[in-house]
Write a protein that binds this ligand. Structure first.
Ligand code: MG
Length: 210
C-alpha cells in the first residue's frame, strides 16, 4: 500500500506555510507527494523525534481509505472509491522541508521518513458520520489544548477532486491512504507531548511524543 498526501489544501495553512517556508500559497491543482508503508505509525504507538531534525511539526489531517483499485478516475465516480475515514498526523521535518523548498529539491527526507504517518487504530464508516466527506469536523489537541480545528468544507480541493487528479498519474489500490491536507495551527512537537485527535467528536488518536 502507499500513502498519498496533499499539500496546502486549506487556505489558512497555505498562508502559514508560505510565511514559514516560502512555498507559494496558490495552486490550480492539488500538490501531492507519497510516503512509503514504512512511514506508518500504528496503534497509538509513541512517536520518537528523529535525530536528523530539530523541528518536527504535527499536521492533523482527514485520512480517506481507498477501498478498490482504480486509475484515471472521473471526479463524478470518485466517491465510489472510499467508504471509511479517519484522522492522521502527517509528521513533517519542517527544517528539512524549508531547505528542500529553498533548493527546489524533493520533499521525501522531510516527509516520508519512518513513522511519519500516524494512522488511527480503526477507521470510521463514512455513513456513521453523516455520509458527506466534505462535511466533517476534526481537531487536534496537544497536552489538552486544542491546536488545530478542521472542517472538510474548507478544503481547496475536494476529496473527489483529489482522487481524480492523483489517479491520472498513479493507480489507486485497496488500502491506500489519502492524507487530505492540514488546516492552520501546525506546530512543533517536543518529548513528553500528548497528541489527541478527534473526528466528529470521536477520539481516534491518543499517543505520546518521545
Ligand atoms: Mg500535510
Amino acid at each position: 500500500m502507499k500513502i498519498i498526501c496533499i499539500g496546502r489544501n486549506y487556505r489558512a495553512h497555505a498562508g502559514e506555510l508560505h510565511r514559514d517556508t516560502g512555498l507559494a500559497a496558490d495552486t490550480t491543482e492539488p500538490i501531492w507527494f507519497l510516503k512509503p508503508d514504512t512511514a506508518m505509525l500504528r496503534n497509538n504507538d509513541p512517536f520518537y523525534i528523529p535525530a536528523f531534525s530539530r523541528e518536527v511539526h504535527y499536521e492533523c489531517e482527514l485520512v480517506v481509505k481507498v477501498n478498490r483499485v482504480g486509475r484515471a478516475i472521473e471526479e463524478r465516480f470518485a466517491h465510489r472509491y472510499y467508504d471509511e475515514v479517519g484522522v492522521g498526523i502527517d509528521f513533517t521535518a519542517r527544517d528539512l522541508q524549508r531547505r528542500a523548498i529553498a533548493g527546489g529539491l524533493p520533499w521525501e527526507a522531510a516527509k516520508a521518513f519512518d513513522y511519519s504517518a500516524a494512522i488511527p487504530p480503526h477507521f470510521v464508516p463514512l455513513a456513521e458520520v453523516g455520509g458527506d466527506v466534505q462535511n466533517l469536523r476534526f481537531a487536534l489537541s496537544v497536552n489538552g489544548e486544542v491546536r488545530q480545528k478542521g472542517d472538510t468544507a474548507d478544503m481547496l480541493f475536494s476529496v473527489d477532486h483529489i482522487i481524480a487528479a492523483v489517479s491520472q498519474y498513479i493507480t489507486l489500490r485497496m488500502g491506500d491512504l489519502i492524507y487530505t491536507g492540514t488546516p492552520a495551527g501546525v506546530g512543533p512537537v517536543a518529548p513528553g507531548d500528548c497528541l489527541r485527535a478527534t473526528l466528529e467528536g470521536r477520539e481516534l488518536l491518543n499517543f505520546d511524543i518521545r
